[in-house]
Design a protein around this ligand. Structure first.
Ligand code: SF4
Length: 155
């Protein structure tokens, strides 16, 4: 147990009922703990003391990724996963937000329609990026997104 550390991807919150909700964004693990375990875990997390975790939870915490082996480089693991994923594909999918404007004003709209539009500098960067990947891509898809992307039809 001495060669363990908390994952850098842990996030938690503590409710009014003294429940601890613990999430790990690397593994997607999500768990809720009640008193008295929640207090013990919270103290351990705040003090960064893996040894203060209730013993019966250690194997579960390891399995769910809340704690990891001391020598593990989680950032490298993420990086390796990203590189592996990128190497697997020769297809690209772009979702391009053209504006935050709309002429419909639907009552159920959840968008923040601030009236902003994609500017020329960012547009050129997007064009350059797509031009670059198009040299090796077998397929490129574009999702025109907004607001209402057709308000940016000229661009
Ligand atoms: S962005 Fe979509 S949901 Fe919002 S007002 Fe326009 S059409 Fe309606």
């Amino acid at each position: 147990m001495q060669d363990m550390k908390f994952s850098r991807f842990n996030a938690w919150t503590y409710t009014e009922n003294h429940e601890l909700i613990l999430y790990n964004s690397m593994t997607g693990a999500l768990a809720t703990f009640e008193k008295p375990q929640s207090n013990e875990i919270l103290i351990a997390l705040k003090r960064n003391e893996v040894l203060s975790i209730p013993t019966e939870l250690i194997s579960i915490f390891l399995e769910d990724g809340y704690i990891v082996k001391d020598g593990m480089d989680e950032l490298k693991k993420i990086n390796d996963l990203v590189n592996k994923r990128q190497a697997l594909t020769d297809e690209y999918f772009f979702s391009i937000l053209m504006n935050l404007d709309c002429n419909f004003k639907c009552f159920y709209c959840f968008e923040s329609l601030t009236g902003e539009y994609l500017d020329d500098i960012v547009s050129q960067k997007i064009i350059s990026m797509i031009d670059k990947v198009s040299k090796s891509a077998k397929k490129i898809s574009v999702d025109w997104y907004g607001g209402e992307p057709l308000l940016s039809f000229d661009k």
